[in-house]
Design a protein around this ligand. Sequence first.
Ligand code: ARG
Ligand code: ZN
Length: 473
Amino acid sequence: ACSASNGASLSQGQRTPAAGAVRPTGDAASLKEAVGAPGIGDPDFPADGNGGYDVSHYSLKLSYTPANKHLAGVAAISATALHDLVRFNLDLSGLHVDGVLIDGEPAEFQRSGSELVVKPPRRIGKGEKFTTRVTYSGTPKPVRDSSNLGIYGFVPTSDGAFVVCEPNGAKTWFPSNDHPSDKATFDFELTVPEGLTALANGELVGGPVTAEGKTTFLWRERHPMVTYLATMTLGEFATRTGTTDRGLPNFAATAPRFDGQLDRVFRLSGEITDYWSTIFGPYPFSSTGGVIDDFHTGYALENQTKPMYGGFIPDESIIAHELAHQWFGNSVSIKRWKDLWLNEGFATYAEWLWSEHRGLLTAEQIFTGRLSMVDSPVWSYPPGRAKPDDLFHESVYNRGAMALHALRQRIGDAAFFTLLRTWVRDHAYGHATTDDFVALAERLSGKNLDRLFDTWLFKQGRPRWPERGDAAR
Ligand code: ARG
Ligand code: ZN
């Protein structure tokens, strides 16, 4: 839920009489207006997400059986119509839809690629809240991307599943508005064979309860979350629950091969979360933690409240990175994928801050070292516009972080850290763009920073640095 125009005064089935806004049903223009677009409007990912409504809550009641890789359950999706709707889409790839109900009444539906097209039994009026209940089942197929994304989405493992969905893999396991510009709260009711553990975002609010060889876990994420951060990772896990030194609930889990890491992941996740809250401002969610699963993806994902590490022992640097994402990416989220440096550049800069905090290389030393790499591929990839065919290019990470360090040099430590804290406070639980960041940096520093951002974010080539007469040092 983000941009819902609040039409709370419209009751069910009532049409808005606003002149020009909605023409009588049957009129071709009106029908077109009343169809939710198949994409939410991200020019780089035109099919991702959907138009016409804004989701406020997902309630996912799912059971999974690793032996036959069968997922079955019900997704209840609460949303508000952004305009009249006679038809709208959800994103869902693979799986079999058994039925769709809207506010309890059967709705017609069709599948078309990764789109689930739903025809409500009656026209939904602009501003109306409605709940879509999709009953579905089947074997989830993860996304296998031949370019730089690897395998993601619902990834079956030998003992369960590793569920890491950035950028658009939520649709591999639940019908959704699968784009970061629509956030919602989540409830998970996950049932798995007895002996296995099912993990999701937020806190355990019920269970585990075992009956007839199956165990059910209830998890709740009470803060808005983008779809790519939702998880239902499951398998054999050792778990540890407690709090950080500052009193925040903390949760760690490790697959058997990483048993020896449970206490370390618990301790470091707590320590780093507490440290970031002194630097970036209050932790935005109700718990923190970390999970190591035994499936090698080669990357980690900052799943909200529970970063997940794909089959490797995370060093402090990557734990610091994934936990910094809780502020940068998870609380303050992007509206369009091309702004991805707002997530990855910031989380990478956090790695540099952590290194300095630990008495290892300083941020300045790391910056200088990277600047001296004349042949680095980052100089030909401006990080301020992440490319859809190479979204997670190292420039988005490292040159994005360099942009922040150049900014810090230019405006000084006091303004820079005030900027980071103001950024996460002003946009907490919401969305922001690169333009918003530039505007805030200029406002707080009182400086014109166009050239600096242009040089670091938008231009090809290795910057001459410090710029003559420009750098503050
Ligand atoms: N956001 C993750 C990180 O920086 C990377 C996710 C990459 N996604 C993928 N499908 N390879 O740690
Ligand atoms: Zn990252």
